[in-house]
Design a protein around this ligand. Structure first.
Ligand code: FEO
Length: 169
């Protein structure tokens, strides 16, 4: 059984996850337009991951007898600059999401909502991985700088990323 406050906060998180999906879909479109097909693939997989995060919360609210309430999804920026700038923006966004997840954990603790505390652990762990991936990409992109060959190699590497449905805990 979810409190009204917890349900509202989880619904807001669905919106943040869906915005994340929309943001990465926008980045993917930009990469495709620039001919960076590997980067486009990476962000498309990221889009799929974010949708699965949103749906995980959606299912949880339903399972707990709460009401899912969907809100408008904000418009993404549309332009993002270089691949490095794109990943820097991605990291910044993920740090915002991490903070939001931690606030949800705080609320679940305040409310002594043990089920939601356990449910959110998956997201706490996932955020560590998300930020680590972005930091790794930023380091690689800084290393290659303006070297076209280096960028080409990274693009090739990112083409191999595939979406896998997150395992149930
Ligand atoms: Fe669902 Fe990238 O946080």
């Amino acid at each position: 059984m979810l409190s009204e406050k917890m349900t509202e906060a989880l619904n807001e998180q669905i919106n943040k996850e869906m915005y994340s999906a929309y943001l990465y879909l926008d980045m993917s479109a930009n990469c495709t337009h620039e001919g960076l097909d590997g980067f486009a693939n990476w962000f498309m997989v990221q889009y799929q991951e974010e949708m699965s995060h949103a749906m995980k919360i959606y299912d949880y609210i339903n399972d707990q007898g709460g009401k899912v309430v969907l809100d408008a999804i904000e418009k993404p920026p549309g332009t993002f600059g270089t691949p490095l700038e794109m990943f820097e923006a991605t990291l910044k966004h993920e740090q915002f999401v991490t903070k939001s997840i931690h606030e949800l954990v705080d609320l679940a603790n305040e409310e002594k909502d043990y089920a939601t505390q356990i449910f959110l652990q998956w997201f706490v762990t996932e955020q560590i991985e998300e930020e680590a991936n972005d930091n790794e990409m930023i380091a690689k992109l800084k290393l290659v700088g303006n070297d076209g060959n280096g960028l080409f190699m990274i693009d090739k590497e990112l083409a191999a990323r595939a979406f896998t449905e997150p395992a149930e805990e």
